[in-house]
Design a protein around this ligand. Structure first.
Ligand code: SAM
Length: 349
């Protein structure tokens, strides 16, 4: 194995920070051997903090309406072929009821930026979920909102907020988003959320168009400094109705390698093995866990809307009931020596 790579991975394992150029070099040296070495150390770190527990989050995709036009995303505003839907209050609560029975103790409400979901409306739903299930965590993933809005949602009982930073490189950010959306505001939202008291998740796609080893190095530096409670890293997958339709999907190997590096950079982080990873490889989610991930987010959305929340092509689990989905995952995780648990699964600090 390349001595310099080994030295850098060992440095991360020993709690040292790397420079931007060291991260860039490390990322550029992604191959099976180096990834296996990083994964072994990442799994050791993860086991020391979380044992062999895998936390599950029930994902409820509340709306496919979005006012934004992110160039990579299947539910972007200008996609005229996207079937739009939004769940009612009752549908959302039904998903939570079913999820609770199945053993979910975190509900994630995710959606496009849909003005229909006002603070008042969301706060009422959040309070109702917390009233019915005080032992559950509520996670939101609803994009960029004002600080005041985030405060209201937090005060209503929301515990966590997922907002991938998408890329920490401003030029790259500009190539993935229309000018109206800026890295500056994305970052402001992340810092606001943290200050308010949310457990916060950032993250990025692997293999997004125009991504380079250098932009990934900035992502790792940002993660090292921001210390997110959660970090969503999944492959970019093209969507047929976007301008990126002919771009290549992100690689399984690089995604797994980056999961391992993030685990080493911040051993306590909650790290999902994403649906996108499961989409590009039938063993993707297992491979993510074996690289250091410790969270999976099965879909709890009603069956009739799942295909409509198409962020990218060929998304898995669009035809499975939540119960089947969970049972299948349980089996998959047991087969590799892990155990899905019925817990909120907060970050251990
Ligand atoms: N609107 C919210 C936001 O902006 O955070 C949440 C929903 S957004 C669709 C959730 C995540 O999906 C994004 O942060 C992005 O990284 C991911 N995503 C969108 N299009 C994707 C694609 N083509 N391939 C992989 N992931 C994608």
């Amino acid at each position: 194995m390349n001595e310099r790579v080994k030295k850098l991975i060992d440095a991360l394992y020993n709690g040292k920070n790397l420079t931007l150029s060291e991260y860039e070099y490390l990322v550029s040296e992604c191959n099976e051997e180096n990834a296996a070495y990083a994964a072994a150390l990442a799994v050791e770190k993860r086991k020391a903090v979380y044992g062999n527990k895998i936390f599950i989050r029930g994902l409820i995709e509340i709306s496919s309406f979005c006012k934004n036009d992110c160039y990579y995303c299947g539910i972007r505003k200008s996609n005229k072929n996207c079937e739009r839907y939004r769940l009612t209050r009752e549908e959302i609560l039904d998903c939570c009821d079913a999820g609770y029975e199945l053993g979910f103790r975190t509900f994630v409400m995710q959606g496009g930026e849909d003005a229909f979901f006002t603070d008042d409306f969301l706060c009422e739903i959040i309070s109702e979920i917390k009233r019915r299930y005080p032992d559950c965590a509520v996670t939101l993933s609803l994009g960029e909102r004002s600080r005041d809005s985030y405060e209201r949602l937090y005060n209503a009982g929301a515990n966590r907020y997922l907002l991938r930073h998408e890329t920490a490189d401003e030029t790259h950010y500009g190539k993935l988003h229309p000018p109206k959306l800026t890295l500056k505001n994305r970052m402001k939202c992340l810092y606001d959320l943290k200050e308010i008291g949310f457990q916060v998740g950032c993250g990025f796609m692997v293999g997004s168009p125009y991504q380079t080893y250098k932009t990934i190095a900035s992502d790792l530096k940002f993660i090292e400094q921001f210390k997110p409670d959660m970090c969503g890293i999944g492959p970019f997958i093209p969507h047929k109705d976007t301008d990126f339709r002919n771009e290549k999907a992100g690689s399984l190997l690089l995604t797994c390698y980056l999961l391992s590096l993030v685990r080493l950079i911040y051993p306590n982080v909650l790290l999902p093995s994403t649906t996108a990873l499961g989409t590009i490889d039938p063993m993707g989610r297992e491979k993510g866990v074996l690289s250091g991930a410790n969270v999976v987010m099965p879909n709890l959305s009603p069956m009739n809307v799942r295909k409509k929340y198409a962020l990218y092509d060929n998304k898995i689990s669009t035809g499975e009931e939540a119960a089947e989905c969970k049972a299948a995952l349980e089996k998959k995780m047991n087969a590799i020596g892990y155990k899905i648990v019925t817990e909120r699964g907060d970050i251990k600090l």
